[in-house]
Design a protein around this ligand. Structure first.
Ligand code: ATP
Length: 460
């Protein structure tokens, strides 16, 4: 849109209107009130990273969540960005545009929650001033009656900031065709403009707000006046995530004797081909020479036996056991939802660990993959987990990449297709060849969730 004195006036009047949103919330006494989570912090402090990860986690545990990124609104509405001067606090025209973008994003947040479609909206912007946060509080809490929780990221380690800029900011549309060194300089100057007006969440001035501060990537965490179950889950999750380069390996147990007989469930030992896979797996893991690798199995014979040749300490987890098929009935048995609930401690521990190999079962691995690949709960049961294949999960900027490494030991494939009437919605499959159990190809295959390229600066 065009920016002139008129639109500046419009923004101001919109901001000062008494009732900028049509629907007034009457939710004061409800328990399950929609939440707005508001990110706070200077650029390149991991706000978008945390916003996206938190969203993935909440959706995985069944809380419908969506991110609203103000930077995206800015990029959709203007191509005005030429350099850091755009972010100067005295650049009135750009300031006005940025406020308008923040307003539009917040309006979308409120409309989405009011529509009943979502439980938690994450408002991803820098939100660095007390005034901005007061404005959000007035709309979200006073006018609409939603719950509000601020998450501030503070990081003063220049090395981390520079590595964040290199990892995610250089590929931003703002820097297409710009020399990387110039782009880094420009981004650092952009941060300086924000520093001029930045006021961290203030326990005295803003003592009525619920918030958490994550300092130096989780070295220290401060929690202030949090309320209720959803905020407790958010705090617990964000306290556990670590920022480090590591890989997670997943595989199902080798072929079992029951697989060969076509029997579902039970606790049988490995078949001969299953044992061959256990040996191939040990050779593969050895060849990767992974530092401090942890090996986790379920308590079932076939996973413990699959791990037996790996020369590392192994740990057994009861909650990695296969979905309880014996008692599995639609009314009383264990469902994928139950499985997600029982796997939550595994996810939490995985977030804290370095390199881990998990040897488990189809349904369990589907749930874990669902978390990493952001797969909706209806599609979870149909994710393909190829037999005798190692899945390597590699975290990338805002998502996760999966590499499928078949170890070329034949096996019975116990995968069950989704009923044909749902087929059009079948989850993205790994590339052709990965599922071919007799495949002689030793090449690995990739697919990924999330953006490798980060183009998601959160702006104001
Ligand atoms: P902007 O305001 O420009 O959008 P941002 O704060 O949203 O910046 P991100 O784009 O999320 O920053 O930065 C991602 C990088 O931040 C990743 O490299 C990630 O490893 C790193 N990161 C994640 N969490 C934190 C944290 N708590 N503190 C600092 N860096 C972090």
């Amino acid at each position: 849109f065009a920016l002139d004195s008129n639109s500046v006036g419009n923004v101001k009047s919109f901001l000062t209107k008494n009732k900028p949103f049509p629907i007034r919330g009457e939710r004061a006494n409800f328990i399950n009130i929609p939440h707005v989570v508001v990110m706070v912090g200077l650029p390149a402090r991991g706000k978008t990273y945390m916003a996206k990860k938190l969203t993935r986690y909440l959706n995985w545990i069944g809380v419908k969540t969506r991110v609203f990124n103000v930077g995206e609104y800015r990029r959709r509405s203007t191509s005005l960005y030429t350099n850091h001067n755009f972010f100067r606090p005295d650049n009135a025209e750009a300031m006005c545009l940025r406020e308008l973008c923040a307003m539009n994003a917040l309006k979308d947040v409120c409309n989405w929650l009011n529509s009943g479609e979502g439980d938690v909206a994450v408002f991803d912007a820098t939100n660095t001033t007390v005034e901005r946060r007061r404005w959000i509080f007035n709309i979200v809490v006073r006018k609409l009656g939603f719950k509000l929780f601020y998450v501030e990221s503070i990081c003063n380690d220049q090395k981390i900031i520079e590595s964040n800029i290199r990892e995610v900011k250089l590929s931003s549309p703002d820097y297409v065709g710009v020399n990387p060194d110039e782009a880094i300089k420009d981004f650092i100057q952009r941060i300086e403009h924000y520093k001029d007006i930045y006021h961290p969440l203030d326990e005295e001035k803003e003592e009525h707000l619920s918030f958490m501060k994550i300092i130096n990537t989780g070295e220290k965490v401060v929690v202030h006046k949090h309320e209720g179950h959803v905020q407790a889950r958010i705090i617990y999750y964000l306290m556990n995530i670590r920022v480090m380069r590591r890989d997670i390996y997943l595989t199902s147990a080798g072929e079992s004797q029951n697989d060969v007989l076509g029997k579902v469930g039970g606790n049988s030992s490995l078949s001969e081909r299953g044992l061959d896979y256990a040996k191939a797996l040990a050779d593969y893991m050895k060849s990767q020479d992974i530092p401090r690798l942890r090996v986790w199995t379920s308590w079932m014979n076939r996973t413990v036996e699959t791990a037996q040749f790996i020369e590392r300490q192994k740990e057994r987890w009861k909650c990695l056991d296969e979905l309880d098929l014996v008692s599995y009935r639609f009314t009383r048995g264990e469902s994928y939802e139950d499985l997600v609930a029982r796997l939550e401690p595994v996810i939490m521990e995985l977030e804290r660990q370095e390199n881990v190999l998990i040897i488990a079962h189809q349904a369990v691995l589907r749930c874990l993959l669902g978390y990493y690949l952001d797969v909706s709960s209806e599609k979870l049961p149909y994710i393909k987990v190829p037999p005798h294949t190692v899945l390597k999960l590699v975290p990338i900027a805002y998502g996760c990449e999966v590499e499928y490494i078949p170890l070329n030991v034949p096996a019975v494939d116990t995968y069950q297709e989704r009923p044909s009437k749902y087929k059009s919605q079948t989850v993205e499959e790994p590339p052709a060849g990965v599922l071919d159990k007799e495949s002689s190809s030793v090449e690995s295959n990739h697919f990924q969730n999330g953006d490798t390229n980060a183009n998601e600066e959160t702006d104001k």
